[in-house]
Write a protein that binds this ligand. Sequence first.
Ligand code: NDP
Length: 444
Amino acid sequence: MNAAKVLDTLKLRFPNEPEYHQAVEEVLATIEEEYNKHPEFDKANLIERLCIPDRVYQFRVTWVDDKGNVQTNMGYRVQHNNAIGPYKGGIRFHSSVNLSILKFLAFEQTFKNSLTTLPMGGGKGGSDFSPRGKSNGEVMRFIQSFMLELWRHIGPETDVPAGDIGVGGREVGFMFGMYKKLTREFTGTFTGKGREFGGSLIRPEATGYGNIYFLMEMLKMKGTDLKGKVCTISGSGNVAQYTAEKVLELGGKVVTMSDSDGYIYDPAGIDKEKLDYIMELKNVYRGRIREYADKYGCKYVEGAKPWGEKCDIALPSATQNELNGDHARELVANGCMAVSEGANMPSTPEAIKVFQDAKILYAPGKAANAGGVSVSGLEMTQNSIKLSWSEKEVDDKLKDIMKSIHEACVQYGTEADGYVNYVKGANVAGFMKVAKAMMAQGIL
Ligand code: NDP
């Protein structure tokens, strides 16, 4: 394989999909050497078959808003690869959603799911519908219409969606309800469900907690931990909230959180009581992060990211490409020692290079945020055996999985000077398992 040539061909065949190209480029650059040790891979044109999704569904979603106006949105499901298990990956509802973003997410998900040690393929879906500012009734009517198309393409052994940006417990509940109504079956086709109807304990917490478990493994290699460390977090949604919760529990200090309008900086630290306020503000009242600054009298910066604030550890937990080269240089100059990604692809390629050149700890989302999908996999298992595990059982399994992902990264990503290139480690480890499964299953 010549990575540059493969990428050029994909760019020609699928133009105007920059996020998809960016995700593919990062993986190809790191697996090229390993791939080329296996001439049988190239003979089977494995790389193109792995980069191009198995199939993509695209459909119109029509719904009626509270004023009686008929609205249309686009709905999508990208089924990327099911070599090692049913397609699995979240649904995103955000105005920015398009095919390029969902293709990048589904591609990344395939490698991430492979790393988890559980039998899950990769997929992703969503809509350019934004729940922000919509009433409960509007969200439900939109979702019921969305499901009128999606339900045909998913199932407990086919494709199992979950949440992502704009899709939390409320949205998964509405999707599951409509799916159940249409199929007349009660199955574990969604994960992230409510506890009363098959949801796993610890699933809401899993992505944030998992990221911190992964971070602790990285810090352990440096002979340190989280005690007294100042952390900057972006976002204030599901991932950011539980990342903050676990940082506090393990003795760290959280000084920033954000939303798409701006960030708050609280030098005294966001303690448990303040975090409870943020959870209520975001999950119940669906308010803006600036209200925190009004309540606690701290700094709020409109239209900016938190990466200029001094910290020991940065935990990007909002969205893709939210941390660029300039931000990365500021972080390094301010003494940041570790970056662990709760979000998917939050750091630009330039930012990643800055972190790696500075030899600081840097964990890409596909390794560090794999805890979410891992507990989704555990939810699938519990649904299959029709049993529920305790909080401790699930949390212990999550810890073990994050530890094993870290070990795989170290195994495949340690360089001659001892520096662990977690990007390479995660990509090569994730790739090899999927590649071997595809080879065994013939040319498809
Ligand atoms: P939520 O919708 O719960 O929260 C997203 C947060 O990010 C909100 O604070 C939101 O602000 C902010 N945000 C969203 N889009 C933008 C943007 N374009 N610019 C700036 N801020 C933005 O989503 P999650 O917490 O679930 O997801 C966050 C990230 O984590 C995503 O990258 C997702 O793919 C990834 N992830 C999530 C998993 C999960 O289990 N939920 C699993 C693995 C990864 P606002 O409220 O203003 O929109």
